[in-house]
Design a protein. Structure first.
Length: 569
């Protein structure tokens, strides 16, 4: 007699991750795997009634920065609050391993600048119970989580580990340096990393303004690492670049794909300065794939944005003299000043210093975020347009908007993917067969962004409620969030509702699926703050056959583990 299933999800509408038509069925789970799919399956030890609900694979988030959070917390939130059952960390070339003890401060300062995680949080939170990259994997392997985690070897940490201050100062690597980095990359991948990551963008700097150690790393250095990946025969190369000279830069990436024999994935965004350059890159990606290489553009399903607020890390007045005098105070103390009409008048009248990141003139692309948040706002809803209608200055309007909700209201400033004031370019990007949905950056930019909810947004906005253009079928979106991402990083044991697959699943009340406004919480080490965002409509999220969330509340189950290397066929 067959053993009783641990869990049966009954009467659900199955969207199996293939992109095919949905169907009605029960799903049985035994020993962490899907053991049966069909109608009227035998009773399980635990049951979930999924009538009028979608049953989908768990989402796979290929672009996160939970490198620090995973060392002190069992929760990979907010990704895990949004149906994500596997996260890939170690992106953009930054991380904390390998690391010599005397280099810890250097990596902390790098992560503080690049990923906006305060130094005190990292200093208090990181246990530093590792030295080599395999040591780091062992440290993660000893922990339990609400989602599975997978890793990449980060180039910046590797370069500093091998070259010391020379690496941090971006000096050229010697042949010995290159061979050492290559050997350590191969060691990391053989220990279980799913790839290697690097950054070539000017936007990535330490807090004191120094460029990331990997900026302009020479081709010989990257080629040596690519050859090591060919030897390991595993993993992908993840790259972020400004593509200022996109032909030369893309040519380098194509040569790395050829040298490594491995997939290459790169950040793909619409620049507001060169709004059509992404099309050229997609053509080059298409050409490379037609030639037998595996290259993809990683795309965010909404704009890259900065969130602004008096409780957040930035606001439109952050660089004005009066605000700088109170910036060191806690939120309630700052509010004492901000509620004072005289302080308001003084602050509004001040001119931001030259070079301030939020100068006058950005008001026409700044919007109230709202609850639920609107990530595709119409131009007439901007601060500038509202000020013109009301006969007031944009400074006054922005200040008063931010003072709503007891000073916790948020303004939204799209900085990429919104050059035309809509998401039409994003729709083209995410529809392309050579792109992946990613760039949520969960675990990073904790005071100015909360884009880990882009998984849920892909469903709510792009399949149900976009009012400003074409949408997609739900089955398409589920495939993109599950099967496509899992396959791209070599996790072929998940991403599909099929017998024998890992039982990572979501039960979704699709009609009720709703993103709430981001909010600030103070739950990081040393009382550090971070933006989080709740989503309604996930009836259950299941990892390895165990329910980790019911109706948005944690069950206490922590079946998530470190994933070492590719999985499945």
């Amino acid at each position: 007699m067959a053993a009783q299933a641990n869990l049966v999800i009954r009467n659900g509408t199955i969207m199996d991750g293939s992109g095919g038509d949905p169907f009605q069925a029960d799903v049985a789970v035994t020993g962490g795997r899907i053991s049966a799919i069909g109608r009227n399956l035998p009773k399980g030890a635990e049951e979930i009634d999924a009538r009028d609900r979608l049953v989908t694979p768990g989402f796979v988030d290929v672009h996160t920065h939970y490198d620090a959070q995973a060392t002190w917390s069992s929760s990979l939130s907010p990704s895990s609050w949004n149906g994500v059952t596997t996260v890939l960390l170690g992106n953009c070339g930054v991380g904390f391993a390998p690391c010599h003890p005397d280099q810890r401060d250097m990596l902390v300062k790098l992560m503080e600048g690049v990923e906006d995680i305060p130094e005190v949080v990292l200093t208090e939170g990181l246990p530093w119970n590792w030295h080599t990259f395999p040591d780091f994997l062992d440290a993660l392997d000893a922990r339990h989580y609400d989602a599975d985690i997978a890793t990449q070897v980060p180039h910046a940490a590797l370069r500093v580990y091998v070259m010391g201050q020379r690496g941090a100062d971006r000096e050229p690597a010697t042949d010995h340096d290159r061979q050492r980095m290559a050997a350590l990359t191969e060691e990391g991948i053989r220990a279980g990393a799913l790839g290697f990551s690097t950054s070539r963008t000017l936007n990535h700097r330490t807090l004191d303004g120094k460029h990331i150690p990997t900026l302009r790393a020479e081709e010989a250095e990257l080629t040596a690492i690519a050859h090591a990946m060919r030897e390991a025969d595993s993993g992908w190369l993840q790259i972020v670049s400004d593509f200022e000279d996109h032909d030369d830069e893309f040519g380098l990436f194509r040569r790395l794909a050829e040298a490594s024999g491995r997939p290459v994935t790169m950040t793909l965004l619409q620049s507001h300065i060169k709004p059509d350059r992404w099309r050229d890159l997609l053509v080059q990606i298409e050409t490379a794939n037609a030639a037998g290489l595996r290259m993809t553009g990683q795309v965010r399903s909404r704009p890259t944005s900065v969130l602004l607020g008096f409780e957040l890390s930035q606001n439109p007045f952050s660089w004005r003299p009066s605000y700088r005098r109170i910036a060191h105070l806690n939120f309630q103390q700052r509010m004492h000043y901000l509620r004072d009409p005289a302080f308001r008048a003084t602050l509004i009248a001040e001119t931001p210093p030259a070079g301030a990141r939020l100068q006058r003139g950005g008001w026409n692309t700044m919007f109230p975020l709202g609850d639920p948040p609107d990530y595709e706002p119409a131009p007439e809803n901007s601060v500038a347009e509202r000020a013109a209608r009301e006969g007031r200055s944009p400074d006054e309007v922005a200040y008063d908007l931010l003072m709503e909700q007891d000073g916790k209201a948020i303004l939204y400033l799209p900085v990429t993917n919104y050059a035309a004031g809509n998401l039409d370019a994003v729709r083209e990007m995410i529809a392309h067969p050579n792109t992946l949905l990613g760039l949520g950056d969960g675990g990073a930019h904790v005071g100015v962004m909360c884009d880990a909810t882009a998984t849920s947004y892909t469903l709510t906005h792009w399949t149900r409620e976009r009012g400003r253009g074409e949408m997609f079928p739900v089955t398409w979106a589920i495939r993109r969030l599950t099967h496509d991402n899992a396959a791209a990083i070599g996790l072929n044991d998940r991403g599909a509702v099929q017998v024998g697959m890992k039982a990572d699943l979501n039960v979704i009340d699709y009609d009720r699926l709703l993103l709430r406004a981001p909010e600030m919480v103070y739950d990081l080490p040393a009382g550090g703050k971070r933006l989080v965002q709740r989503t309604e409509g996930f009836d259950a999220t299941i990892v390895s056959g165990e329910v980790v969330y019911r109706h948005g509340e944690a069950t206490g189950a922590l079946p998530g583990r470190l994933v070492r290397g590719p999985q499945g066929g």
